[in-house]
Design a protein around this ligand. Sequence first.
Ligand code: ZN
Length: 148
Amino acid sequence: MFDDLTDLYQQVILDHSRSPRNFHPLHPVDRQAEGTNPLCGDQITLHLQMDGDRIKDVGFQGSGCAISKASASIMTEVLKGRTPAEVRRLFDRVHEMVTTGRQDGEDLGKLAVFTGVHKFPARVKCAMLPWHAAVAALEGNTKPVTTE
Ligand code: ZN
């Protein structure tokens, strides 16, 4: 059963890395951030449109490994409608999940496909890169963020 679940997660990750969702720039852009993961060579540019204190639309561009691309793709779907405080809480929850394999509290939904990343510590930064970019964009941090 666990193997089947792992296979399902791998399929979702592969699907999102091959056909990333929201993989385009936004016009106009209210918030944006650039991020790099030098260890793997992942690179992302994240665009946000805001509606008051909530994220209205998300787009990203960039290049990198399957994990970083799938993480960005699924994150863009999850972020719509969220407030900056909710995004920071999700960042902490996702970080906990990819470093320990544990999911505490509310169901993380689609993000749970990254649970297995904790078995591959070198991939944690790939999975977290888009989240670093999201927090930087919401904080108005104009300097490129890096996972190092
Ligand atoms: Zn990577």
